[in-house]
Design a protein around this ligand. Structure first.
Ligand code: FE2
Ligand code: FE2
Length: 473
């Protein structure tokens, strides 16, 4: 356990920031730029003055790490928290396995590490930008609060990455930290680095899908860095994972509640049409699922990747649960079987293990995601409705990697362009889907009230009742 942290310092931290005045000054200089970004690109206007019932990280212990109270978002105490150092920690995998973990950046890996930290860091403000108008159509005060909770924590994750850049990468790091505030999600001239973080998220179906699938990508990226040889990065990611769990809860339970309501409405309608009753149909949910799952899979990178092999070899980025799940941390010998397109056909190929690291991480992601689909299907089954949501094949609708050059159906079969064009609208969100979502966009804020298309949650936040006043506008 570390000492209790929320202190009078400008930047709450458990990294003894005041013991490094130069770093402290640099971060205090970055703070107003961050706030300027937050005010411009964070939740829109009026919400910045509202009192929101938020949790704030105050320490990293498994108990009592967070404090809940009303706060105005610009006054949120964004802080820097690393998990406690472990005496004698070693590099967990790759060519340096079992050597002492690094407290400083090794010169030969400096560029690689900086790139990983910047790429991870870029996703954090990007998601806040993507979601900045959503409060205007929140289905309840409870949901609006959850949105803002996710937003402020993504802001804190940006702080976490900026701390690493400032403390370990000198002038380049400071420049990268500024650039993180300059790129803009979806902007053609200065887009965010990764594709899914430039997609618009302007309705709540997409928001809940994003937090289910895209935040879950974040979970696995963080897991693959949480045992990194670069100790400060490993300890940072460890703590970010604690917060990430809530983001995925928001997504999964949000979709679960839309499903619950859809099933209720189907039973009210003579044609079992949830949409006709003002809900969101299960078909439409499936199409949104197909979209967000596939764009989130892209975030893991190419199937066969020499970059991934280098990251692993250097001990920077490994597999999820590296120490717990694997005995062989060198991964020099084995191969991984994957299906690739050769001469117009899908054929199985053996790829050397290190070159398949992205795919191995994607496997863990898919497995985790399948459990979510199973839980959603349980909700449908319990309602008595006959319908099953399915996860599309990993080959479906990919923009990155080996499958992006071909078309596949949701079952993963190779198909031609004409078939794709004919079927596209049954597989992916359509104009009509979006138009329908637009008709549902009315803001509900009265405590205990919920929009018609979503069921209320079973319990509130932190033991508070569902009808608690989570936002005071
Ligand atoms: Fe995050
Ligand atoms: Fe997140």
């Amino acid at each position: 356990m570390t000492q209790a942290i929320v202190n009078s310092e400008k930047i709450p931290n458990n990294v003894n920031l005041s013991g490094d005045p130069k770093l402290q000054r640099a971060l205090e200089k970055w703070l107003p730029n961050y706030l300027e970004w937050w005010n411009e690109m964070g939740p829109e206007g009026t919400y910045q003055n509202a009192d929101i019932y938020l949790r704030t990280a105050v320490d990293v212990g498994s108990e009592g790490w967070a404090h809940f109270d009303y706060v105005k978002m610009p006054d949120y105490r964004w802080g820097i928290f690393l998990e406690p150092a472990q005496e004698g920690r070693t590099v967990g995998f790759g060519d340096h396995a079992n050597e002492p973990a690094w407290q400083q950046v090794p010169g030969e890996y400096r560029n690689m590490l900086r790139r990983i930290i910047v790429t991870q860091g870029d996703t954090e403000p990007a998601s806040v930008e993507q979601q900045r108008l959503l409060a205007n159509s929140a289905p309840s005060g409870y949901d609006m609060r959850n949105l803002f909770q996710v937003n402020v924590e993504e802001g804190r994750h940006l702080w976490a990455m900026v701390y690493l850049l400032h403390s370990h990468f000198g002038r380049d790091g400071r420049e990268e930290a500024e650039a993180l505030l300059e790129r803009r999600s979806g902007n053609a001239d200065k887009p965010r680095i990764l594709g899914a973080f430039n997609e618009p998220v302007d309705n709540w179906l997409d928001f809940f899908m994003f937090t289910t699938f895209t935040d879950r990508d974040g979970k696995f990226q963080l897991l693959s860095l949480a045992e990194s040889g670069f100790d400060p990065l490993a300890r940072t990611c460890g703590f970010m994972l604690t917060e990430e769990a809530h983001h995925m809860f928001v997504g999964e339970s949000g979709i679960g509640r839309i499903i619950e309501r859809a099933c209720e409405l189907m039973k009210l309608d003579k044609n079992e049409d949830a949409k006709a009753q003002g809900g969101i149909s299960l078909d439409q949910i499936q199409r949104a699922l197909n979209f967000w799952f596939s764009v989130s899979e892209d975030l893991f990178g190419g199937e066969v990747s020499s970059n991934a092999a280098n990251y692993f070899a250097s001990g920077i980025k490994g597999r999820a649960y590296e120490r717990k799940k694997y005995q062989d941390h060198l991964a020099l010998d084995g191969t991984y079987k994957m299906k690739l397109v050769k001469e117009g056909k899908l054929v199985e190929e053996d790829v050397s293990l290190r070159n398949a690291m992205n795919e191995i991480l994607r496997d863990d992601y898919i497995e985790d995601t399948e459990r979510v689909i199973t839980r959603w299907n349980k909700t449908i089954e319990e309602s008595g409705v006959k319908y099953e949501l399915t996860l599309p094949s990993r080959r479906f609708h990919r923009q990155v990697g080996a499958y992006s050059e071909h078309k596949f159906d949701p079952q993963g079969n190779l198909i031609d362009e004409a078939t794709w064009n004919a079927k596209r609208d049954t597989w992916l969100p359509t104009r009509k889907d979006l138009d329908h979502l637009r008709t549902l966009q009315t803001r509900v804020t009265e405590p205990g009230k919920f929009a018609h298309w979503i069921a209320p949650p079973r319990v509130g936040i932190k033991g508070r009742p569902v009808e608690f006043e989570y936002v005071r506008l």
